[in-house]
Design a protein around this ligand. Structure first.
Ligand SMILES: Cc1ncc(C[n+]2csc(CCOP(=O)(O)OP(=O)(O)O)c2C)c(N)n1
Ligand SMILES: [Mg+2]
Length: 277
């Protein structure tokens, strides 16, 4: 499960982009922009850092991941399928009647999902609660969470931020997928987050800001964050909404939840294949 070198991690990112785009393309619609921007960090996390057992997803003391921007569920499902938590064939049931893979990640429906989310703003609070529980149980688990930049406009994020620092949750490492776009506009125009590093730092968090498509930079930030004592850590990922497929990236102003025509599906897969697996 663990991938030791960065070339292979980059290759895994391309494979996960392929699986995710294929599943959404097969359905014909989905949250492509925010899935594709998140994939590199999710891959680094799952293939290098998460202490989980894909054969026993409820393992006591395992690390947890809360995908607070749960509309990126399809990206996480591709990773769980690739790790063998469930069959890759299930990816092609995405968001269809009776599926185990709804568009938004749901712990009741999908093996390997640690928390249900979808109502933006709530997942970080859940992660704080899980991190407190883990401290009480002394099970040495790490709790990871990913929020969006648009999601960071929710007040509840900042309540959770304040309380995590108050509780000195050094077992909590969160990411902001800072792709600069939300559902229908640019975060800088809707409710600007900057200076974002200063905000998290002043809320008492150990904070990094890295290129969210650079697997080495992401890996180094997580590695450093794991060593920090007495504070939670935030890793702000500068990302591109729709990263990895040129014509989806080009629609950066409008690639949040979009239709994929059969022609686009084919063209996107071809482009991803050219990157090489
Ligand atoms: C409380 C709440 N309000 C609105 C929505 C609808 N919604 C889903 S995704 C989204 C935009 C989120 O933007 P961002 O956090 O930047 O996500 P990303 O760009 O990574 O897709 C919105 C408004 C929601 N899921 N929950
Ligand atoms: Mg965004």
């Amino acid at each position: 499960m663990r991938i030791d070198n960065y070339n292979d991690l980059e290759k895994k990112c391309r494979e996960i982009r392929y699986l995710t785009f294929d599943a959404i393309g097969n359905l014909g619609v989905g949250h492509l922009g925010g899935c594709l921007s998140a994939i590199d960090a999710l891959v680094v996390l799952y293939y290098r850092h998460m202490n989980i057992d894909p054969k026993n997803v409820k393992m006591e003391g395992r690390d947890r991941f809360v995908l607070s921007k749960a509309h990126a569920g399809p990206a996480l499902y591709s990773i769980l399928a690739d790790l063998g938590v469930f069959d890759k064939k299930e990816l092609y049931t995405l968001n269809q009647i009776d599926t185990n893979l709804p568009s938004h990640a749901d712990m009741v429906r999908t093996p390997g999902i640690d928390m249900t989310a979808g109502s933006l703003g709530q997942g970080l609070s859940c992660a704080v609660g899980i991190a407190i529980g883990s401290k009480i149980k002394k099970d040495n688990a790490r709790i990871y969470c990913m929020i969006g930049d648009g999601e960071s406009n929710e007040g509840q994020i900042w309540e959770a931020a304040m309380y995590a620092a108050h509780m000195k949750l050094d077992n909590l490492i969160a990411f902001t997928d800072h792709n600069k776009m939300q559902l229908d506009g640019q975060t800088s125009e809707i409710n600007d987050l900057e200076p974002l590093v200063n905000k998290w730092t002043s809320f008492g968090w150990n904070t990094y800001r890295v290129d969210g498509h650079d697997v080495k930079a992401i890996d180094e930030a997580i590695t450093k964050a794991k060593e920090v004592k007495g504070k939670p850590s935030m890793i702000i990922l500068d990302t591109i909404k729709g990263k990895g497929i040129s014509f989806i990236e080009a629609k950066w102003m409008n690639n949040h939840n979009i239709n994929v025509t059969p022609e686009e599906h084919k063209a996107g897969l071809e482009e991803l294949l050219k990157g090489g697996f």
